[in-house]
Design a protein around this ligand. Sequence first.
Ligand SMILES: [Fe+2]
Ligand SMILES: [Fe+2]
Length: 379
Amino acid sequence: MTETASSSEDLIGRADVDDLEAILAVSNEDRDALVSHVEQTSEVIFTWDYDKGAKPSLEKLYEKAKVSMWNGETDLPWETEVDQEQVFVANMAQNNADGGFADFDVVGTPFEKWTDADWMRFGIESQNWMLSQFMHGEQGALLCTAKIVETVPWIDAKYYASTQVMDEARHVEVFAKYLDTKLSGHYPVNAHLKMLLDDIVADPRWDMTYLGMQIMVEGLALAAFGFMHQMTTEPLLKKMLRYVMSDEARHVAFGVLSLQDFYKELSDAEIFERQEFAYEAAVRMRDRFLQQEVWERMGVPVKEAVELVMRTPTRQMFQMMLFAKIVPNCKKLGLLDRNDKWLRHRFEELGVIQFEDWVDTADEYEKFSLGNGELTIAR
Ligand SMILES: [Fe+2]
Ligand SMILES: [Fe+2]
């Protein structure tokens, strides 16, 4: 098995997963372009088997989706006034935090001279950045899911995917509206996120779209939205995230339920390609959260800033939490332990294997339904 394995260099473009120089060397070249073209050559599949419910778990999900639609324009309190500075202060107070930097010594670092106003600006830029990346990721989900409608061979999956297309359009719409009307600036798509989205849409194998999008990107989004939903004191954002999460939980379930049986049939060599793909996606997502563009905009030396941030406990906890859904879902799909536990070892290196026995997302979507009140990310 190992002789066919790609080198770390081939997979993620560097030998050492923590090589910061290499990570930061990746930047978005065409950040000013209005559109981005990605070549892809997938086969479009018609099916003449219209037997609805042949895959009962997908049919159930489809029926659930039909009655769970909401309207981004009318169901959210857009009249809410959002003052980003006040929100920053309130969030810090509620979460007993100071921006996450109390836990390292700033003496001798670029942050030594930072005033409270600088920290405030950093908090606001971080929020602009975070929401911008979520919006770009949502567009990725929109395109990927439209592609799944074309490429998946089963009618129940085509039906379900079509509802997800509508969900994702709504998500792009509400994130864009929030950015435009409540926040104070956009960021272009992060280069690591864009590389990942390109890889996912360009891959001709239909299941790779699911693995990249529903399992990895949306698995991370579900955890990240949950974290932000818990942390924020801003009522409009809180409600918006709550609504988006009710959809995302179904989307991740769609990935797990679609791939579960299919992956049981694959050979070790085929599974290995999926394991590598999942690992590559995990690394890209971790890299993107270093938010290098924010440091650039704040005018501090990026590498130094990132090195410091990576060492803070708050940051490390956040980075790990992002994998709270991905790892159990990969386990459920049988991806952790095939081929001599290859992916398990990679997740050990990334420091996220401890989530393997947390709740997977195959049927957690009921719990995330609107009307079920408040949410926590369950163990
Ligand atoms: Fe979404
Ligand atoms: Fe989604």
